[in-house]
Design a protein around this ligand. Sequence first.
Ligand code: F6P
Length: 318
Amino acid sequence: MKIAVLTSGGDAPGMNAAIRSVVRTSLYYGIEVYVVYDGYRGLVTSKFKKADRNLVSEILTRGGTVLGTARMTSFADKEIRTIAIDNLRKQGIDCLIVIGGDGTFRGAAALNDEGFPTIGIPASIDNDIGGTDYTIGFHTALQTVVENIDKLKDTSSSHQRASIVETMGRHNGDLALYAGLSTGAEFIITPEHPMNKEAIIEALKRHKIEGRRNAIIVITENILDVYDLAKEITEKSGFACRATVLGYVQRGGSPVPQDRILAGRMGAYAVELAKQKISGVAIGIQHEDIVHYPIKEAFLEKNKKTLKGLFELAPKIA
Ligand code: F6P
């Protein structure tokens, strides 16, 4: 049997740990394993390389992806995917394991529908894949956001300012929510939990009168212009307010143990499925167990029950 593995879409810490797990588990079972460079683009240009143990040595702790990645919009075209499938077949590959987020999974679902066995491992700092409690990379990005908010809190408190912190997440608020809870943020604004600007300004006025020295407002990207909001808060609340956009720093760094272990478990599980000729599935973690489910379920909305509970908790402990 021959397996190929690639990473695609936005990189996420722990992708290397997942690649390593796929390669090492395959070799453990005597399966021939190939890596593909630069995501789906590498399938189309035939950038395969046969892997041995050494190819994945010393990558467990590294951020990013040693295979490279790409956002390849043209992979939505069937003709482009047909070239990819032809190349996979020429190489004699029996199953493709893709590591990535939502866009990557759409490509995987299409390849599988078109007859090429494909399995998806969820890796994205956004934690926006349906059917899994966590994606690989989320906890490392969360750690980065929390470290940065802690630092911002120091300077905000010294200057008696309010601070707006914009996180990534695309259209999913988990990073902002979990970071807000971890840092005792006064306000958390996400796509699932929209902003009431007037209420925030009124609350900040009260906080000023009560003598509070700082306020943290965490907000998911793509909601509004945080610099405009900072200006308005400064004008209306009595708190001087500054905005910080954390940006791409959230995608880098050595994965935290939780992401390394998750990647190790998911990579090995993907190989077990490939051995059993199971494909067209995504891998997830649900209540600490590694599971698989039809890949199209990954595009459905995430279970919002936990989120609801966390949003209710936030104001009680802020
Ligand atoms: O999906 C990961 C992510 O970092 C999102 O949080 C963000 O919106 C997007 O990727 C940025 O994409 P790009 O790397 O293409 O600029």
